[in-house]
Design a protein around this ligand. Structure first.
Ligand code: WT7
Length: 654
């Protein structure tokens, strides 16, 4: 079906079998959505019953977006334990059901099927180990692990004793790890000897060793043996998980925490400064993760659900661990990469475990699409019922390939827009309720009130179609509560630009049907392979090198990654530019931040376009990187307009 206003946009109404099975159809969506925004207290008060509370809440919502007084509190007087909600309460009915399927990097290694009863025992043992190591309620624990079940045990063990975890993606460098350990003043780091990935091994323990040189010497290190390869060992600082687990008691009493006690901190990049610690709390977050997991993915008993993200990102928190386990689901954890041993790995795993819901990122879809259809068609994907996309806008070509070649035209695609800050999906089509449009994130989830603002005036634009910045008018239970240790930064980042709203940092379009299309970041954050990167972070890494005087970093369109990292670098006086030096700078950024921040392009810039007050005009740098010289706009305010001609003449090939 085509959209009447835009014949080139295809519209896919939900199939009748999808509607029949779905938790929510079109009429129910209308009714529930209206209820959720007309009376949030009543709506969320009712939804809160999805969780088991130790002390039931009497208050539901206590929130304010008013600058200077921003506070977000849900179920504020309720108490619960998150791990008990993910484990103990399922034991009576699903002790022998698989909770986690672990699929290792190497396809010749056997998969592991961990039941709820086993998961419960292993989490309890881990919780007891943490207590032995001195971790108590409210303490911070940094988790720096590969995608192995121990990562989930560690998260849930922290939750069990009321400790706050902060996962650092295993692709981050020792420096980045150290900054996060120190940022939240962690007592303990949990790591592994090595992380196998795509047939290679990342030396996590030696990265942790390097990081810990820059941390307090009281920080302990718990090491999971994943490969068994030798690592260095420091007595009284390093502890062997595999040895301790043999002795650990397999019951640990879940600690009672307040709904608003922090569950985790997750560092994420912003447009300025160093990464900030996004704080999520226990009650509202878990409820929101569980509810969105069930409804967006239309999860039913017996399904096998697979989210390919890493637990180092929020997607892994909400949609590999907390949401699915709170719902008593079977969730698959994959240690590897989409292209190892070859480009059919994802689809082989779907076939092997009869996956019903599959959730991945556009960058993976684009990479696999380029390898040809045979890698998909040789696998039996008949178990698939629904596909999901997350992390960046999905281009219609990738959407269509995903829909036709992977989903055989039968699986709805939920394009879920959300952020580390939002805890769970905010905009997404619901499979049984909404028609799909390739590339559109479509509709708000329950309780979510998106608004499009005029970026200059900050006024709401009520009519459609329109385009502007995407803000949220009111709170939802999964919203972040603060920036760890810096509430002022929280207010300044999200509530200062547009008074009375939460500002997402994204631009969007709302079409004549009222459906939302995300157009990408409007700030200095770029999205590389679905990973969020602050250009300021890459710049500060570059200028930390002795040869670099100044650097400006922007994104540019990249066929696979969505955006690539384009760096303009001004060298120190008398420093000779060379290809060698480019290589060195690339490696430098990799060690400062991690491989995910690796510059794609470095262009030597004898000068950068600056205003007379010295502000770098990134708009111009972005246009040059995008190869779009026709619309550089007004350059007359530049201190030295000729630098622009030089940059254009020497633009690097992308
Ligand atoms: C940014 C948040 C949410 C988990 C993964 C990323 C972009 C995310 C979509 C989507 C268009 C998307 C936005 C957002 N983004 N999902 N479906 N369509 N853009 O979390 O690292 O916090 O990044 O990712 O720009 O602001 P994150």
């Amino acid at each position: 079906m085509n959209s009447p206003a835009h014949p080139e946009i295809r519209v896919f109404p939900p199939a009748s079998d999808t509607v029949a099975r779905a938790h929510v159809d079109a009429a129910k969506y209308q009714e529930m959505y209206a209820a959720s925004v007309n009376d949030p207290e009543a709506f969320w008060g009712e939804q809160g019953k999805r969780l088991d509370w130790i002390k039931p809440y009497s208050q539901v919502k206590n929130t304010s977006f008013e600058l200077g007084n921003v506070h977000i509190e849900w179920f504020g007087d309720g108490t619960l334990n998150v791990s008990a909600n993910c484990l103990d309460r399922h034991l009576a009915t699903r002790a022998d059901q698989t909770a986690i399927i672990f699929e290792p990097d190497n396809p010749d290694e056997p998969a592991e099927y961990i039941t709820y009863a086993q998961l419960h025992r292993r989490v309890c043992r881990m919780a007891n180990i943490l207590e032995t190591l001195g971790v108590r309620k409210g303490d911070r624990v940094v988790i720096y692990l590969p995608m192995i079940p121990e990562a989930a045990y560690a998260m849930l063990a922290c939750a069990r004793i009321g400790a706050i975890h902060s996962i650092v993606f295993a692709g981050f460098s020792p420096d980045a790890l150290a900054a996060r350990i120190n940022g939240c003043d962690a007592k303990l780091v949990i790591t592994a000897d090595h992380a196998p990935r795509g047939g290679r091994k990342t030396p996590l323990k030696s990265n942790a060793d390097a990081a810990l040189l820059h941390c307090k010497d009281t920080v302990k290190c718990l090491v999971v043996k994943r490969t068994g390869d030798q690592t260095t060992w420091i007595a009284d600082r390093d502890f062997d998980y595999n040895e301790m687990v043999l002795e650990a008691n397999d019951y640990s009493r879940p600690v009672e925490v307040n709904a608003e006690d922090p569950l985790f901190i997750l560092y994420t990049s912003g447009s300025t400064g160093q990464p900030k610690g996004v704080v999520h709390t226990s009650g509202g977050y878990l409820l929101y993760a569980a509810m969105t997991h069930e409804i967006t993915f239309d999860y039913h008993e017996g399904d096998v659900y697979w989210c390919t993200a890493d637990v180092g990102w929020v997607t892994g928190h909400s949609y590999i661990v907390y949401g699915p386990l709170a719902n008593g689901a079977t969730t698959l954890m994959f240690e590897g990469v989409p292209t190892y041993p070859d480009a059919s790995r994802f689809w082989q795993v779907c076939e092997k475990h009869k996956v019903t819901q599959f959730y991945t990122a556009p960058t993976a879809i684009r990479a696999l699409m380029g390898q040809g259809d045979e890698f998909v068609s040789k696998c039996d994907l008949s178990s698939l019922r629904l596909l999901g996309s997350v992390g960046e806008p999905i281009n219609p070509e990738a959407w269509t390939w995903y829909h036709e070649v992977v989903g055989k035209g039968k699986c709805p695609i939920v394009d879920t827009w959300w952020q580390t800050e939002t805890g769970g999906h905010l905009l997404t089509p619901l499979p049984g309720a909404h028609a799909l449009k390739p590339g559109a994130a479509m509709k708000p989830f329950f309780g979510v009130q998106p608004v499009v603002l005029d970026p200059q005036s900050g006024e709401e634009i009520p009519e459609s179609p329109t385009e502007g910045v995407l803000c949220l008018r009111d709170s939802w239970p999964g919203q972040m509560r603060t920036v760890w240790g810096d509430h002022e930064r929280f207010e300044k980042t999200y509530f200062a630009d547009y008074k009375g709203y939460y500002f997402s940092g994204d631009g969007c379009r709302r079409d004549e049907d009222g459906d939302y299309w995300i157009t990408g970041r409007v700030d200095d954050v770029i999205n590389v392979s679905g990973h969020r990167m602050g250009t300021a972070e890459v710049e500060s890494a570059l200028v930390a090198h002795v040869a670099v005087a100044e650097a400006a970093v922007v994104g540019y369109p990249h066929e696979i990654k969505g955006q690539g990292i384009y760096c303009y670098v001004t060298l120190m006086h008398e420093q000779e530019p060379s290809d060698e030096l480019k290589k060195e700078l690339r490696n430098w950024v990799r060690t400062e931040i991690g491989p995910i921040a690796s510059p794609d392009v470095i262009q030597w810039a004898p000068g950068l376009p600056k205003t007379r007050s010295g502000k770098i005009m990134r708009r111009i740098l972005r246009k040059i990187a995008e190869n779009d010289f026709g619309s550089l706009g007004d350059t007359s305010t530049l201190a030295d307009p000729s630098v622009v001609d030089d940059l254009i003449a020497n633009r690097a090939n992308t």
